[in-house]
Design a binder for this molecule. Structure first.
Ligand code: SF4
Ligand code: SF4
Length: 368
């Protein structure tokens, strides 16, 4: 049963990872009606928070649904700690699976490990501060998750995410030697959920036991579980590994919610069910909008978007159709010379017209 729960968890997180990869491929090749990685990254909501409170338009590449996702993960962390990291996050799963390629791991010396764990909090502050200061997704070019999501673009990923790609390769290689290297030291979202998890009623608890030490030895976040009665560490990602490896978990160790023991399988079902169930309800109520509806949908429903909601991945023709303007009017409003063909991507106009900046133009004409 114990191994089965571990296997079920791996299948669940594997399916989520595959789903997100598929969504990103659809976004790249199927257009703006599929959400971009930026729009479905909860941290984007934190970066957007300032603009949101100030009543300004969302940061480039983000949607109101990104805010919904951010608030959902915060509430989720309040109840279920870092279960998002252990049971849902596709990026964490990528590192977990990659790390399985090498069985024997190195132990980071404590005097390096401890200060390094604070790095993710520094990054959380820096990224939020810079996003609020610059009113852009400042971290995007350095973001290994964004680089991962754009790998499917082929060589193009080098143009936009070269640094992010280098960081991605580095953290993937490091995760061969140190479990979830990125989650431990670099992830700003993990840092945020780690702070919130401190007050969550969801905890791993251990009773006096035979002290075999397997829980500590197998914890991917290197928490000394065998020395804790309640795991209060902000590093615990609620993966349940310490429970799976315990020779008698029923007696010695388990998940507790408001001091009530919860079966690990039920934890997977509840956390994944609550998270995706909430997203589906929010989607049905229109609160989880993370992409532009397809042109067919816009035309069918007559709900045209504003210039401010245009995406660089749309062609000029798509831009005209989705804003409900004639192609000539669209060229005029966007100040694009007619020599640029209508199948040109809006973000590529600058490569043809020197000095043209789609994003500046979009902000200038946002309400039209
Ligand atoms: S720490 Fe970050 S990358 Fe790792 S699982 Fe959590 S949110 Fe995902
Ligand atoms: S303490 Fe247990 S549940 Fe928490 S990260 Fe370590 S192995 Fe996973």
């Amino acid at each position: 049963m114990k191994t089965k729960v571990g296997l079920i968890r791996k299948v669940v997180i594997g399916v989520i990872l595959l789903g997100v990869v598929l969504l990103e491929i659809l976004h790249i090749y199927g257009g703006s009606s599929y959400p971009s990685v930026h729009a479905i990254c909860p941290l984007g909501g934190l970066e957007n928070l300032w603009a949101w409170f100030a009543g300004q338009s969302n940061l480039q590449k983000l949607f109101s649904g990104t805010m919904t996702l951010f608030f959902l993960t915060v509430i989720f962390a309040l109840f279920f700690g870092r279960s998002f990291c252990g049971n849902i996050c596709p990026f964490g799963t990528l590192f977990e699976f990659f790390g399985k390629l090498k069985k024997r791991k190195l132990i980071m010396p404590a005097k390096v490990d401890k200060p390094l764990r604070y790095l993710k909090y520094v990054l959380l502050l820096l990224i939020t501060f810079m996003a609020w200061q610059t009113a852009t997704l400042w971290v995007s070019p350095y973001d290994p998750y964004a680089a991962f999501a754009h790998i499917w673009k082929g060589a193009e990923v080098f143009n936009e995410y070269f640094i992010g790609l280098i960081i991605l390769i580095a953290v993937l290689l490091l995760s061969l030697f140190y479990d979830r290297f990125f989650c431990k030291y670099l992830c700003p979202a993990g840092a945020l959920y780690g702070i919130i998890t401190k007050i969550s009623p969801f905890k791993v608890k251990r009773n006096p036991c035979i002290d075999c030490g397997k829980c500590t030895k197998n914890c991917p976040m290197n928490i000394d579980v065998a020395k804790s009665t309640t795991v209060k560490s902000a590093e615990c990602i609620d993966c349940g590994t310490c429970i799976s490896v315990c020779p008698d978990s029923k007696k010695y160790i388990g998940f507790n919610f408001f001091n009530k023991r919860v079966n690990p399988l039920l934890v997977i079902i509840i956390t994944v069910g609550v998270f995706f169930g909430s997203l589906m309800i929010l989607d049905a109520t229109g609160l989880y909008q993370v992409s532009i509806p397809s042109i067919q949908q816009i035309e069918k429903e007559g709900k045209f978007i504003k210039i401010g909601d245009l995406r660089g991945s749309m062609t000029i023709e798509e831009g005209a159709k989705s804003t409900g303007k004639t192609i000539d009017k669209f060229y005029e409003i966007m100040e694009i010379p007619k020599t640029v063909t209508k199948d040109t991507l809006l973000k590529s106009v600058s490569a043809i017209v020197p000095g043209y900046d789609f994003h500046v133009m979009k902000a200038k004409k946002a309400d039209q």
